[in-house]
Write a protein that binds this ligand. Structure first.
Ligand SMILES: Cc1ncc(COP(=O)(O)O)c(C=O)c1O
Length: 471
């Protein structure tokens, strides 16, 4: 094992490398062009018998691993939704790893539990959630949504499914056709069967059609089924459409259905007063999730999950083996009972560092900056004669396509745009992804990377134009 002297020496070298990487990451090809198996095949077949020098291991990291990295922290990364980091978050992650805390219960590190409670309360204030909600950090939005659906199931069944398993009930869960795939995954895991997930159609702007939702619920009730949970999305993955929460919340409370709000990406925009309209109706919701690890500059993973009925959550997940019994039980938050995992990382530390280092104003400024860059790009696309927006921009995601004069066929346009995407990404200068909107292949650019500036967006736009016209 490395001794402490060597650790100190290597630590300095590593931090220098990290700072250099962040300084130069925008010059690297954003998307790795490695072929399947290429990295696997250059790595040793068997583990070393004897410990190796850190210099050798680090040299291999730079030589063999880095070429297979897609650089999410490059300001030329416009793909998916970002998984942002920031210097304060990185430093906190180093401390987290150093402390090596496993925060399953309050006693395994009181500061970890209490800082989690505090940072969740800070976030609640920042995004404008009503007082009744309580927060807990989950690894991902997928886990948070599964947690919500399981809690809804237990509350509705008076905790009998946890005890006896399913009877003959036929529970139904509702979302829109644009909802993230993690909802379907949660429905499958929770044992409902994916045929009991009702995907409600959307309106012209890909938002859940609330009258259709109500019709589906009424139909199910008339068939003897039990509406259990509605998942509303603020910021769909395809196009950041914002489901009409207020109307959906009226329906959920009219029929006494659990309302879960998935704001995985867009939730960060709630720190801006001008976007608080998105959560109108939230007081009627039961649970809410958003990911600081997407757009709030906090290293993956960190998902903020809020729930109104904390006791229902705890009753769903509580376990109490002898070795975890403590004298403080009941007076403190033992987060092992607030979700699926027993062992938990100390994620609150990086969040605390990020919020303090940026300050709320600093975060607001960054988010506003991203949205205004997206607005600029939308303007350019609207001015252009050979590109068009495929749906209006809501935040910082642009869905658009190349539409050369005279080409009208959907299939032809789809093929051309798929080629544009491929060729643009091949340059290594930017990384953008795609979606399909009403069957139309859409180029999809998210302007939300921590360090993105106007020059990066301008260069990306110019590159897309050049590649498209050269086809
Ligand atoms: C709207 C939405 N919900 C949920 C998720 C899943 O997020 P996670 O990777 O944290 O599970 C995503 C991922 O992009 C998303 O866009």
């Amino acid at each position: 094992m490395m001794d402490k002297k060597e650790f100190r020496k290597q630590g300095h070298i590593f931090v220098d490398w990290m700072a250099d990487y962040l300084d130069s990451v925008e010059k690297l090809p954003v998307k790795s062009s490695i072929k399947p198996g290429e990295i696997y095949n250059i790595l040793n077949e068997s583990p070393p018998e004897k410990g190796e020098e850190m210099d050798n291991i680090f040299a291999d990291f730079k030589e063999k691993i880095i070429p297979g990295i897609t650089h999410w922290q490059s300001p030329n990364f416009f793909a998916y939704f970002p998984a942002n980091s920031s210097p304060a978050s990185l430093l906190a992650e180093m401390l987290t790893a150093t402390l090596g805390v496993q925060g399953m219960i309050w006693e395994t590190s009181p500061a970890a539990a209490e800082l989690e409670e505090k940072t969740m309360n800070w976030l609640k204030q920042m995004i404008g959630l009503p007082k009744g909600f309580e927060g807990v950090i989950q690894d991902t939005a997928s886990t948070a949504t599964l947690t919500a659906i399981l809690t809804a199931r237990e509350k509705k069944s008076e905790f009998s499914i946890n005890k006896k398993g399913f009877g003959n009930e036929s529970y139904r869960i509702y979302c829109s056709t644009e909802t993230h795939s993690s909802i379907e995954k949660a429905v499958k895991i929770a044992g409902f069967g994916k045929q009991n997930l009702v995907k409600v159609r959307t309106d012209g702007q890909f938002r859940m059609d609330s009258p259709e939702l109500e019709k589906a619920i009424q139909h199910d009730i008339s068939m003897g089924k039990i509406p259990l949970c509605i998942v509303a999305t603020l910021g769909t993955t395809g196009s950041t459409a914002i489901d009409p929460l207020k109307k959906i919340a009226e329906i959920s409370s009219k029929y006494n259905i659990w309302l879960h709000v998935d704001a995985a990406f867009a939730g960060t925009a709630l720190i801006l007063d001008e976007f608080k309209w998105m959560i109108e109706g939230i007081e009627k919701a039961d649970s809410f999730v958003f990911n600081p690890h997407k757009w709030m500059f906090t290293n993956f993973d960190c998902s903020a999950y809020f729930i109104k009925d904390k006791q229902a959550l705890i009753n769903t997940f509580a376990i109490n083996p002898e070795y975890l019994r403590t004298q403080t039980q009941g007076q403190v938050n033992d987060y092992r009972d607030w979700g699926i995992q027993l062992g938990r990382r100390f994620r609150a530390l990086k969040l605390w560092f990020v919020i303090r280092s940026f300050g709320v104003h600093g975060l607001q400024e960054k988010i506003r900056g991203h949205i205004s860059l997206a607005k600029w790009l939308e303007g350019e696309i609207n001015k252009s004669t050979s590109f068009e927006m495929l749906t209006p921009r809501t935040l910082n995601l642009i869905c658009f396509r190349y539409k050369p004069l005279g080409v009208e066929s959907l299939d032809e346009l789809n093929t051309i745009n798929e080629r544009v995407l491929h060729e643009v990404n091949q340059t290594g200068k930017v990384f953008i992804t795609h979606t399909k909107l009403n069957g139309a292949y859409s180029l999809r650019m998210v302007i939300g990377q921590t360090n993105v500036e106007k020059t990066h967006v301008e260069k990306a736009w110019k590159l897309v134009g050049e590649v498209a016209s050269s086809l």
